[in-house]
Design a protein around this ligand. Structure first.
Ligand SMILES: Nc1ncnc2c1ncn2[C@@H]1O[C@H](COP(=O)(O)OP(=O)(O)O)[C@@H](O)[C@H]1O
Ligand SMILES: [Mg+2]
Length: 572
């Protein structure tokens, strides 16, 4: 008897579905991509129980006829591609005809769809057993897809899913990435009846990034626009002082002339980091959003089951386009006098090919700043140093052990405060004071969502409160460390940091991010004067914590100059 058997169709379908549909966020991604491909101007996503119970996506796109709605559930049935050659220049987000059958293989699906001009909507129901017409209904033009009981019949997959809060976080991530590339489309996300994201349509990507990243941060983004004969780059870069602890705010999109597709491509990430180069501290990542447009055939989007990766025909050319463009733009942006910065760099032709690294030569002033001399903690301890004075109202000059030590007073205080908070936090004892009148704090929707999802992290850091309507947080306690500081600013900063960490980040990481932000706001600012007693207290406190030369936000705390280095300056 043969030991090999072809799997029954339902098992085949489940295996194929597993490639595309991994969790609720994959369902949302596929359905929203379909809505975008259908020309929707407004897309509304509603979830229950992190999407595990129910996901509903409604759009006002072109809709489907009754026959198409049924055929859409057949594997490899698509309206977006007819011949193999078209794959090279596919301009829609979908093209494989796999999403709807994959979803139906692992959940119960109900599609209600109406084309403009038709009197009513057609309803189709589908599950692992197949798809069937389920009559007509009243509905506005467009399509709505409801998905229930995801992975109900595949307990193995369901076991790998996390809590509803984590699944919701993945959905927010997925929707955010899609929304960034489609500013003219309005998006809404509701979870268990609560509004999580509300993104009305806007004019351009910068405005959309304002909705997603907060207006303040979006305002500081510098734009890059390069066109090399068919290969185009449009990027928004945060200045290098704005960094985060992971690469999750480096968003790279690839398009072949139509819709831009978010991709997690290592080559592109590498190019972005190379573009920022020495402007970033080790382990810190920038905030950067890149849209790359390729001529047909230059990028293959058909290499990954969920189409999250791409392959480039000439990777070196991509690198050589991105790196110098970013460097030149950042160098201009960093010039002390904010000269009217040119919106882009000198264009060159795509056909210059990979040999031509100089095709986009660095503009003047693009040289990276000289590296810091040396920075490390003083070996004899900070308390043993002789304090000489404060300069530039923010730096302490000390001497001892045959070296000069410059200390950034803000960074040092921040590190000390951070370690103290962390220690209190570990004991579950962050000192806090109740607010007599709770403070109402307005936030961008995504940040408010991050706060809501991370309520326990926030409370443990001494910021107790709760969401209060859309984009608002009601704060009831403040950490004692923040006495006298503006709590609203701090909560907004923590919310931003949490949103950036991603609610999918481990709780410990999120707590660290919150504590680092609190520490940063609790301490002396550059510009504040310190008297010698305060300096001595600070130096002593620095010895008690592992300063490791870094403040929690990644900047150095102390810079030392050896005697030999000073002498070398004078050619001795
Ligand atoms: N929201 C929608 N509005 C209009 N048509 C849709 C929608 N969702 C799916 N379709 C149709 O169903 C087909 C199959 O969808 P899908 O399985 O996602 O495959 P693909 O997007 O790769 O074509 C699409 O090609 C499209 O014609
Ligand atoms: Mg699709």
């Amino acid at each position: 008897m043969s030991r090999i058997a072809v799997l029954p169709p339902d098992v085949q379908a489940q295996i194929a579905a597993g490639e595309v549909i991994e969790r609720p966020a994959s369902v949302v991604k596929e359905l929203v991509e379909n809505a975008l491909d259908a020309g929707a101007r407004s897309i509304d996503v509603r979830l229950s129980g992190g999407g595990l119970e129910r996901i509903a996506v409604r759009d006002d796109g072109e809709g489907m006829t009754a026959a198409d709605a049924l055929l859409a559930f057949a594997r490899h049935a698509t309206s977006k591609l007819a011949r193999a050659e078209e794959l090279a220049g596919v301009t829609t987000l979908g093209f494989r005809g796999e999403a709807l059958p994959s979803i139906a293989a692992v959940a119960r699906v109900r599609v209600t769809t109406r084309r403009a001009g038709e009197p009513g909507a057609n309803v189709v129901e589908a599950d692992a057993g197949g798809a069937r017409a389920a009559g007509v209904a009243g509905a506005p033009p467009g399509t709505s897809v409801e998905v229930e009981g995801l992975f109900g019949a595949t307990p193995a997959r369901r076991k790998f899913l996390r809590t509803p809060a984590t699944e919701l976080a993945h959905v927010v991530d997925a929707l955010t990435r899609l929304a960034a590339a489609s500013p003219a489309v309005g998006f809404g996300l509701e979870h268990d009846g609560r509004q999580v994201l509300a993104l009305p349509p806007v004019r351009d990507e910068r405005q959309r990034l304002g909705q997603l990243l907060g207006r303040e941060r979006a305002g500081s983004l510098v734009a890059v626009e390069v066109d090399r004969g068919g290969l185009g780059l449009r990027a928004f870069l945060a200045p290098p002082r704005e960094t985060v602890g992971s690469a999750r705010l480096v968003w790279t999109y690839v398009g072949l002339g139509g819709a831009y597709r978010w991709t997690r491509d290592r080559l592109l990430l590498r190019a972005v980091l190379d573009g920022y180069e020495s402007l970033l501290m080790h382990g810190r990542y920038p905030v950067a959003v890149l849209f790359l447009r390729f001529p047909p055939g230059e990028a293959d989007v058909n290499v990954h089951p969920a189409k999250l990766e791409v392959r480039f025909r000439q990777p070196a050319v991509v690198h050589q386009l991105v790196v110098p463009a970013l460097r030149a733009r950042l160098a201009v942006a960093l010039r002390p006098e904010p000269a009217a910065a040119p919106e882009g760099v000198r264009p060159a032709s795509y056909d210059d090919g990979p040999r031509d690294g100089a095709g986009l030569a660095l503009e003047d002033g693009a040289a990276s700043p000289a590296p810091l001399a040396l920075w490390s903690a003083a070996p004899g301890g900070f308390a043993s140093l002789r304090f000489i004075g404060q300069i530039f109202e923010g730096y302490l000059v000390c001497e001892g052990d045959g070296r000069v030590v410059l200390i950034d007073q803000h960074a040092a205080h921040e590190r000390v405060a951070f370690e103290r908070l962390r220690e209190e936090h570990a004991r579950g004892a962050v000192a806090r004071d109740p607010l007599l009148v709770p403070e109402t704090i307005e936030l961008p929707a995504a940040h408010a969502a991050a706060l809501a999802e991370r309520g326990e992290v926030l409370a443990a850091a001494g910021l107790e409160g709760e969401p209060f309507g859309e984009g608002t947080f009601l704060l009831r306690t403040v950490p004692r460390l923040l006495r006298g500081r503006d709590a609203g600013t701090v909560v907004r900063a923590v919310a931003r940091e949490l949103a950036e960490e991603g609610a999918s980040a481990a709780a410990e990481r999120a707590a660290d991010a919150a504590l680092a932000t609190l520490a940063c706001h609790s301490v002396v600012r550059v510009g504040e004067r310190l008297d010698p007693a305060e300096v001595r207290a600070l130096l002593a406190a620095m010895d008690r914590v592992d300063v490791a030369a870094h403040c929690p936000h990644g900047r150095p705390v102390a810079v030392t100059l050896e005697r030999g280095q000073v002498e070398a300056l004078f050619k001795r």
